[in-house]
Ligand binder design. Structure first.
Ligand code: RP5
Length: 168
């Protein structure tokens, strides 16, 4: 498995077909300057690889795991079962997904004791932002980066409001 020594966030997905959604997580992390690694581990097709990833991630210096899958999306929950790290789950509307609710509920409805912080359907970008916020709790530089990001959003709403109010 290709891992990255400096990575603080590990992004995993059940299939290459999840990449367009999970790329959003990678792009967010890149924007905030958070080092990450990204790979494919499948709960159903490569359970051993998945367990190895989950069990070794913390020891390698990973601090947050982002896991995305679709349909019977067991990957984020199974990763969470085998690591002490916080796991963010990204439900993907995939080819084997009925309408996306299957992916959402498979990731969201975890039993007590094994939480997965579930973002919206296809919410890869938010997963990257949330991972940065988790790291920011103990990293002043990242906390400032999130504050700056929020200020940029606030200003963009001001611009939108001005143009709408002018009737443009
Ligand atoms: C899931 O099945 C994967 O996470 C993916 O979302 C879905 C479909 O996988 P492929 O058949 O496209 O490889 O396990």
């Amino acid at each position: 498995m290709k891992t990255k020594e400096s990575a603080r966030v590990g992004i995993v997905m059940g299939s290459r077909s999840d990449l367009p959604v999970m790329q959003g997580a990678a792009d967010s992390l890149k924007e905030f300057g958070v080092p990450y690694e990204i790979t494919v581990v499948s709960a159903h097709r490569s359970p051993q690889r998945m367990m190895e990833y989950a069990q070794q991630a913390a020891g390698r210096g990973i601090q947050v795991i982002i896991a995305g899958a679709g349909g019977a999306a067991h990957l984020p929950g199974m990763i969470a079962s085998a690591t002490p790290l916080p796991v963010i789950g990204v439900p993907v509307k995939s080819s084997n997904s009925m309408d996306g609710w299957d992916s959402v509920l498979s990731i969201l409805q975890m039993p007590k004791g094994v939480p997965v912080a579930t973002v919206a359907l296809n919410g890869g970008a938010n997963a990257g932002i949330l991972a940065t916020q988790i790291l920011g709790a103990t990293d002043a530089k990242l906390r400032q980066a999130i504050d700056d990001y929020k200020e940029t959003m606030r200003l963009s709403v001001e611009d939108m409001a001005k143009s709408v109010e002018k009737g443009l």
